[in-house]
Design a protein around this ligand. Structure first.
Ligand code: ZN
Length: 489
């Protein structure tokens, strides 16, 4: 099957055929988390969206270098250039070193991503580990005349940049409108215009994380790290840059401006943005207090949840919407996702027990093609899942004897079903974590093995199993209908 992959490019606002700069190599940079709190549902979406891109590109045979950063310094509370550093604020609150906060929440983020079966990136650089690269980038921007110094801080001169380049080409923001807003704002004395953004900030005396630079003892602006680290690990122009739509402006717009100001050309060929998740129709936000962390989902400890939801349910729920669509969370939607996902797993297991026929009455190959067409069309996972539901319906019909498949078709179906379900969508068929069911299952297995030992007159083994279980307060009784077990009270 020949794959022509098309990707929606936020920059051109249309789908484009994917042609990497240096095939088979693909460079992909995704903005990672600022590590000052637990990851919530809003972090799961880019984590999973770009995991699908990573998995599918590798499936197509590309050699992908996937860089996802950790923001550990420079991201200020108001997302702009005033206010406290998010990591530092948390550190002061908890009376910790900022790097203790970073380590603690980075570890928890990694655990959550692993639970969601999101593959780790190839490189995971931190902002604090790339201060030198960031200072070098500021120097270039300054040399080229697109930055100015003010009170020891350096700002990007957006108005001047916009005369030679186009500031706003990614987000569609117009500088005239930004200008109008400017005049109404006060308290930005250091900047020429309020839309200018910090490249380097002079640290005030209360600021803990700071480094020497030619301009002041200070720290880098938030947008700078991604430009510096993207160029370092993927080159001055690379293939894919991803992130949530909330990062489009000012973060990614500023990245484009910084790179153009330093090198004279765009840093990225394809910009990809995942849409946002709403909760019962409302935006997630601090003021609404409706952030549900991933750990709260997995343990069922948030008041909006009626019980725990396994990571795979969250993953499947997210994959049921196209990454560019909004996705509304509710517990009903999660329950429906869980039910749907179990149906797919059940159908996949059924395949192994199907009786092959001489001829096939179904065309499973065309369903496979439809799934790949959907993946090739801007990673359309909901269409893939819809086709897998259709496949599930057909497998059940074959199982009921109403349709038939040859052994070759059963093998083909097993092959592409497992590739799509497990390798590309990245789902894992975990046994339901219900302890009583698990014990039943384990006891059945043990008693089957004991029965087999007895049947071949291996009484040493069958007695050993009985004695070992007795130590665990489990009693076995042999009856006419086979062995039964119960806990000794
Ligand atoms: Zn970024």
């Amino acid at each position: 099957m020949k794959h022509i992959l098309s990707i929606y490019n936020t920059l051109s606002r249309k789908k484009e055929v994917f042609e990497p700069i240096n095939p088979p190599h693909v460079g992909m940079y995704v903005c990672g988390p600022t590590v000052y709190g637990d990851a919530h549902l809003g972090h799961a979406r880019p984590g999973i969206t770009f995991d699908i891109v990573f998995r599918y590109l590798k499936h197509l045979g590309y050699k992908v270098r996937y860089v996802r950063n950790i923001t550990d310094v420079g991201h200020l509370v108001d997302d702009a250039d005033e206010g406290e550093d998010k990591v530092q604020k948390k550190a002061q609150l908890e009376k910790l070193e900022p790097m203790e906060v970073v380590k603690y929440f980075s570890d928890r983020y990694h655990k959550n991503m692993e639970q969601l079966n999101a593959l780790p990136p190839s490189i995971e650089p931190t902002a604090s580990g790339h201060i030198i690269e960031q200072i070098e980038l500021v120097k270039k921007i300054l040399e080229n005349g697109y930055a100015y110094e003010s009170e020891g801080s350096l700002y990007f001169d957006v108005e001047k940049y916009n005369k030679a380049h186009h500031y706003g080409k990614l987000s569609g923001r117009k500088i005239d409108e930004l200008m109008q807003n400017t005049r109404e704002l006060a308290g930005q004395e250091e900047k020429r215009n309020s839309f200018d953004f910090a490249l380097w900030k002079k640290a005030d005396p209360t600021h803990v994380m700071h480094w020497p630079s030619p301009w002041s003892e200070g720290y880098p602006g938030w947008h700078l790290e991604c430009s510096a680290m993207g160029a370092k690990y993927l080159g001055e122009t690379f293939d894919i840059h991803g992130g949530g739509m909330d990062l489009l402006f000012p973060h990614h717009e500023s990245e484009i401006a910084q790179s153009n100001a330093a090198t004279g050309h765009d840093p990225v060929k394809y910009w990809m943005h995942n849409n946002m998740i709403t909760i019962n129709g409302q935006k997630m936000g601090k003021s609404l207090n409706n952030f549900i962390t991933l750990n709260e989902f997995f343990t069922g400890t948030h008041e909006a949840l009626d019980r725990a939801y396994p990571p795979m349910v969250i993953r499947f729920f997210i994959l049921q919407a196209h990454y560019r669509s909004t996705l509304d969370f509710s517990t009903d939607a999660l329950k429906a996702a869980e039910k749907g996902m179990r149906k797919l797993f059940d159908a996949f297991r059924l395949l192994s027990g199907l009786k092959p026929a001489q001829t096939s009455s179904l065309d499973v190959k065309s369903l496979e093609e439809k799934c790949y067409e959907a993946m090739d069309d801007d990673f359309n996972t909901p269409i893939v899942i819809a086709n897998l539901f259709e496949l599930t319906r057909l497998i059940n019909l074959v199982n009921d004897g109403k349709e038939s498949l040859t052994q070759d078709d059963i093998d083909l179906t097993k092959d592409f079903f497992s590739t799509l379900l497990f390798d590309i969508l990245g789902l894992i068929d975990e046994p339901e974590k219900d302890d009583s069911k698990l014990i039943d299952y384990l006891m059945d297995t043990i008693l089957t093995i004991r029965g087999e030992a007895k049947a071949r007159k291996d009484y040493a083994t069958s007695d050993k199993i009985r004695d070992e279980l007795a130590k665990l307060n489990i009693e076995i009784k042999d009856t006419k209908d086979g062995a039964k077990w119960n806990f000794i009270k």
